[in-house]
Design a protein around this ligand. Structure first.
Ligand code: PAF
Length: 264
């Protein structure tokens, strides 16, 4: 039997969302590698990079405790020993998350490529929380005819609905309450009957919270990332800031099911 290796790439500051990725990885292989590397190429804001939590020791303990067989925490020199040739994420890399964060997805693809080359996984697990990242990685893997199977993992939320993120630790208790507008808006919008009303609802609910600063809110088609025209395979995306902390989240539209009417 061929050897399998499941890979969970992370930037550390592990939370229950990351541990759920390790859990999924274990379904694909008993050899589970977790990498911890804060990739400077995907940060356009030096302040955001500097503030990114670095908690290697506790991260390693948590990952091993969750069943990882190996932790790999390379240095910047290990990953980028020479001049870097960026991988172009294409037009889609310039939309939504990529619009205000120039080069972000080029940086993500460049590091993922290097991590894959080192780890040589058969499977790699990425969370749906970063849905555009997942889409871009899947597309690039398909295009480069890589044999690595990309597995998507569902978003993990706190009991109050906030999607887990390493950045949540930077929210005060008050900020957290404001941040809940995101999941509330997504829940309400994705239960609308049409994409048009979902879009309106998303914007209306988000605008009702003055402490939330909107970056973008859109309903996209999951197959091509274009604005959705029907609820099938449509997903609502939101990104913005609460008190300077950038937050993003998404939710799939629940397609309305109509009762079958049986003619008398
Ligand atoms: O999703 C992340 O944590 C990062 O973008 C990744 C995939 C580890 C690349 O640095």
């Amino acid at each position: 039997m061929t050897h399998t290796r499941a890979f969970v790439p992370t930037m550390g500051a592990l939370h229950a969302g990351h541990l759920s990725l390790i859990d999924i990885a274990k379904q694909y292989s008993s050899d589970v590698v977790v990498s911890i590397f804060v990739n400077p190429l995907q940060f356009e804001d030096p302040d955001d990079l500097a503030k990114y939590p670095r908690t290697l020791e506790s991260d390693s303990e948590r990952a091993l405790g969750a069943g990882a067989s190996e932790i790999w925490a390379p240095t910047e020199k290990d990953i980028y020993p020479d001049e870097v040739q960026l991988i172009d994420a294409g037009a889609i890399g310039k939309k939504y998350e990529g619009a205000g964060r120039e080069g972000h997805f080029d940086g993500v693809l460049t590091v993922v490529d290097r991590l894959f080359k080192h780890v040589q996984p058969t499977h790699a697990i990425f969370g749906e929380k970063d849905f555009q990242q997942l889409f871009i990685i899947k597309k690039w893997v398909r295009k480069s005819e890589s044999p690595i199977e990309i597995i998507s993992a569902p978003i993990i939320r706190d009991v109050d609905g906030l999607a887990l993120s390493s950045r949540n630790t930077r929210l005060s208790a008050e900020d957290r309450k404001y941040a809940l507008i995101i999941s509330r808006a997504l829940r309400q919008a994705t239960h609308e009957r049409s994409v048009e009303s979902a879009r309106d609802r998303l914007h209306d609910v988000l605008a009702s919270e003055p402490s939330f600063e909107l970056d973008y809110a859109e309903i996209i088609n999951e197959d091509n990332f274009e604005p959705a025209t029907s609820a099938r395979k449509a997903r609502a995306l939101v990104a913005g800031w609460v008190n300077g902390v950038r937050l993003l989240d998404n939710m799939q539209m629940s397609v309305p099911t109509f009762p079958t009417v049986v003619a008398p």
